[in-house]
Design a protein. Structure first.
Length: 571
């Protein structure tokens, strides 16, 4: 039975190695070997949404050395080269946005309430976090336009007709309005409405038929981003970066850049009349949202070298000469704040991806947020949350630790018996079973209660890794950012020490080689935690300290001497 117990521990160890390997694969740009992130789906739902138009414009503007944005020659509507585009910046209390008069696209978004983790300006002030941008090193923009004819697209020169650049005191809304010229008898007017305190932007598209014949254009909305990895990723942990599609039919579906590159990104729902398309990265996201009931065709494709787009296309009703047809959409650009996302659209909170343990992670995040409402410090909130979880599992843990204490008590007898009967395995097994019956020891009793808790702690891991609230959140002294590794490696060292103490309190496997390997496991995990965010290390340290305290208390009550079991590494 003791061999069974060790086998279970090796299964846990093996699973850990599998998870680490998957993370390493993702970090190096490969698909996960064991737990692929993209959702497998069935055939798309049947709706009246349009098919993706192969003529959808793919080129995007490229900034010149002066900072102006020039369009690609020869791609302006009507065959005439488009003029040098102008950049227009607008500020609210949460945004500093940059628009391009070429297509009226959103080409820059700085989130004023979220600071860059490392970058500072020349005066040493912390710079706001940049999400959308268009430059030589990184591209991430939001675009829209018309297809179905020679109509205005995101490459069409447009005129800014609203000069206001900032949300004034006492003003709750600010509008940014762009108008195109007559292209194919059609004029496109885009109006962005920014609201104080909100990362959600209302975008109204008005299509005016200036010609003499009816027109039936299609409106496309797309997010375009390069496939570069985030600088915060390490070989030991990474998060999903790329497109996502949400529909009521199949819920949240991720689309890997690699699948788009290999033209294998065809498993998400293509046609729907609800949901959204999004571009997701660690802590932040953007999303285009059409109203429910609006039929649309979703797409994800490569538009240039290392440049990918996700978007939706919807039919507009036929527009008679002299008439105007308008369509409202919403554009979200901001942090993955779960409570805020839930108020914007159903399922939008899923861009904060907890993976397969969402059902456990969401209640844990809710509890963490409630605790933070009392203590106003995310570090202490983590500590108190782990205390509450350990309290909830107290009796389950107590059962496991009592079983371990009994095992530790009889372990010297087992070691002596194995040495005495090492030449007779059958007799050794029989005497071991007899000893377990006499001492009322269950070798599996220390494993199952711990295995039951593993999903809870994995879910808490994802909560802490995914929550944008951890960014730049201080705890104490030198820990000024719970989302970054400890700059002095003090916490990982403390975690390593507490893990070793916890291991020493457990009974050693009778086999000397296995005993040594069981001691090497904490060292291996400790190396990983040198690169983990401080918030994750803090939760692990708290869990270790509470485990040591409870295990020591139970050992003392059962009369088992509190001494460390350390294998002989010299033999």
């Amino acid at each position: 039975m003791n061999d069974i117990r060790r086998s279970i521990l090796w299964v846990v160890f093996g699973l850990s190695m599998v998870l680490i390997w998957d993370k390493w694969q993702i970090h190096n740009g490969h698909k996960p070997t064991f737990f692929p992130g993209s959702t497998q789906v069935t055939a798309p739902a049947t709706t009246t949404a349009p098919a993706v138009d192969a003529t959808l414009p793919t080129a995007i503007a490229v900034p010149s050395a002066s900072g102006a944005v020039a369009s690609t020659p020869g791609e302006a509507p009507g065959g005439a080269p488009s003029p040098v585009a102008a950049r227009h910046e607008v500020s609210t209390d949460v945004f500093k946005l940059a628009f391009n008069t070429e297509g009226g696209s959103l080409i820059g978004a700085e989130l004023l309430k979220h600071a860059e983790a490392t970058r500072q300006s020349k005066d040493q002030s912390v710079l706001p976090f940049t999400l959308l941008t268009q430059g030589a090193d990184h591209t991430y923009v939001a675009q829209s336009g018309l297809i179905g004819g020679a109509f205005p697209t995101h490459k069409t020169p447009m005129t800014l007709v609203t000069p206001q650049t900032a949300l004034a005191d006492g003003q709750n809304e600010l509008q940014v309005r762009f108008e195109s010229g007559d292209v194919g008898g059609v004029k496109l007017v885009k109006t962005y409405t920014l609201t104080r305190g909100r990362y959600e932007i209302a975008v109204k598209h008005e299509v005016q038929n200036l010609g003499t014949q009816p027109v039936s254009p299609q409106l496309y909305l797309q997010l375009v981003r390069d496939g570069r990895k985030l600088s915060s990723e390490t070989p030991f942990y990474s998060t999903f970066t790329g497109p996502a599609v949400y529909t009521n039919e199949k819920k949240y579906q991720k689309v890997a850049f690699e699948d788009i590159e290999k033209k294998k990104a065809d498993l998400f729902i293509k046609t729907a009349n609800d949901g959204y398309v999004a571009m997701v990265q660690h802590y932040f996201a953007s999303a285009w949202l059409l109203g429910d009931g609006v039929a649309r065709d979703n797409f994800a494709r490569k538009v240039a070298d290392n440049l990918y787009a996700v978007g939706s296309i919807t039919n507009l009703p036929a527009i008679a000469p002299g008439q105007t047809q308008s369509l409202q959409a919403r554009l979200f650009v901001g942090p993955q704040e779960e409570k805020v996302l839930e108020t914007i659209a159903p399922g939008l909170e899923l861009v904060k991806d907890y993976g397969w343990l969402t059902i456990l992670a969401k209640p844990l995040y809710w509890l963490l947020e409630k605790i933070h409402g009392f203590v106003a410090n995310w570090g202490w909130s983590i500590v108190l949350l782990v205390v509450l979880i350990k309290a909830a599992f107290y009796w389950l843990n107590a059962s496991a630790y009592r079983s371990m204490a009994k095992m530790k008590k009889v372990n010297p007898r087992i070691m002596e018996m194995r040495e005495r009967l090492k030449g007779n395995p059958q007799a050794m097994q029989q005497e071991m079973m007899k000893m377990y019956r006499e001492e009322k020891v269950n070798p599996l009793g220390g494993c199952f209660p711990i295995l039951i808790q593993i999903p809870v702690f994995i879910a808490l891991y994802w909560v802490l890794l995914s929550s944008v609230e951890m960014r730049n959140a201080p705890w104490v002294a030198w820990i000024t950012d719970l989302s970054s590794p400890d700059p002095f490696y003090i916490m990982p060292l403390v975690m390593a020490v507490t893990t070793m103490i916890q291991t020493a309190l457990n009974p050693l496997p009778p086999d000397p080689l296995q005993a040594k390997l069981m001691w090497l496991m904490p060292l291996m995990f400790s190396v990983m935690f040198f690169f983990f965010p401080s918030g994750l290390v803090l939760y692990w340290i708290t869990n270790n300290v509470l485990t040591i305290a409870q295990q020591s208390f139970i050992n003392k009550r059962m009369g088992v001497p509190l001494k460390f079991s350390i294998p002989n590494f010299r033999s």
